[in-house]
Design a protein around this ligand. Sequence first.
Ligand SMILES: [Zn+2]
Length: 91
Amino acid sequence: MFVFLSRLVMLVIALSVLRSVVAFLQGLWTDLAGANPAPRRTPAAANGGTTVLQQDPVCGTYVPTETSLKRIVDGKVLHFCSNDCRDRYKA
Ligand SMILES: [Zn+2]
């Protein structure tokens, strides 16, 4: 009976060791697979890194020139973040 029990204990230990080895190998594989992640595109790189920010003279927000609302005052192009700011600006 004791022989049977000790063999059972040995089997359980062997299984748990095997399980941890498998888990270790799986972790190793995951590390290898994740070693070369897809290159991340930063917001600046997404539009070619040519984004120029201009300050909204009304609210002070910096807005990209590509998406800003423009108004020419005294030959100068002013950039606004919204129609509201553009309308509020008194030249
Ligand atoms: Zn604004």
